[in-house]
Design a protein around this ligand. Sequence first.
Ligand code: TXA
Ligand code: MG
Length: 336
Amino acid sequence: MQTQLLSASDSSIAYAAKLLKAGELVAIPTETVYGLACDATNPEAVAKIFIAKGRPQDNPLIVHVNSMEMLKPLVRELPQAALNLAQHYWPGPMTLVLPKSNVIPSIVSAGLDTVAIRMPSHPIALRIIEESGLPLAAPSANLSSRPSPTLASHVMDDMQGRIPLIIDAGASKYGLESTVISIQGETAHILRPGAVTYSQISELIDSVDIDNSVLKPFEGGTASSPGMKYKHYTPKATVIMVKGDIERFIEYTESKKNDNVYCLVFDADNEKISLPHLTFGDSPEEQANQLFSRLRELDKLGAQTIYARCPTPEGIGLAVYNRLIRAAGFEVIDLE
Ligand code: TXA
Ligand code: MG
C-alpha cells in the first residue's frame, strides 16, 4: 500500500472523510499527538488499526467526537462529574472513561463495559469528524510501544505502507497524549496524566486520585487502564532516568562515556555538558512538547543508551515524568 502524505486542505479533508466512511484508516492531527483514525462503529475498520499498529487486542481505543450530540448515543450514562469536566475541558486534551452503549463494538473497548471518549480541540481533527459524520476511534499513530508521533513525519516513519493517508497539520500543540480519567461515583480517577492536570481536575471535583500505575510498574492483576501494562513510548535505545542535580548528572554520565551514549538534558544544561546530547526544554510545557520528538531524534543519531534528566512531576510535568519513566522501563539512577 502507498501511503499518501497530504497537507490539511479542503480537498484533503474531503478525501480523508471519504476514506473513513469507506472503512479505511487515516492518520489525523490532534492537539495532543497524531491519531490513527477509523469509523468507531465499524468493527472491520477498527480491526485494521490493531494490525497497522501491532497493538495488543486487549488495549482499548479512545473514540473522538465533535459534539455532545455525537457522544450521547455512545454511552449508557453521563455522570454529573463527567459532565462538569466535559463542560470545562472539552474540546481539549482530556479523555473520559464512561459506561459504553451497544453502538460501540466490543473490539473498540477490548471487551470492557466502558468506552474512552475525547472531544479534541484541533480544528482539523474537528473538521474531519464533522465531514465524515462519524465518531472516530483513534489511538496514537505510532507503532505499538514506540513514542507517540508529534509530527506527520513521525507517523510516516512508523506507518509507511500500512495506511493509505496521513493528513499533515504541523507539530502537535501539547506533544503528549490526553489525560485519561475514569469517573467512579463521585471520584475522578486519573489513569494517565496529561495536559489537563490534577489541580485543574480538583477545581471541579472534590475527590480526585491518581492510579498506582502512573508512577509505578504494573504489578499484575487487572489493570484499570490496559495500556499501562505494556512497554510504552520506547525508542530503540535503552533509556535510563537520572535523578539529581546537573553536577551529579555530569559526574555520573562522564564515567559512562562511550560512542553510543547520549544524554537528554534541559536547555539550561546545554553549555555545561560535554557528552553528546539533545535538550528538551526547561519548563514542563516545553518538555511535554519536545520529549517524544527528541527520543525519535536520538534513535536516528544511533544512540544505544540515553541518560535523561528527571523532570519535575508537577502540573503537566507529571505527564512528562510518567512517559519518561515508562520509556525507561522504570530504570532510575537516584543520585539525590
Ligand atoms: O491524546 C490522546 O489521547 C491520543 C490522541 C490521538 O487522541 N490518543 C491516544 O490513544 O493516546 P492511545 O490508544 O495511544 O491511548 C489510549 C489509552 C490507553 O492507555 C488505553 O488503555 C486507555 O487509553 N483506555 C482506552 N479505553 C479505556 C477504557 N475503556 N478504560 C480504561 N482505559 C482505557
Ligand atoms: Mg498510544
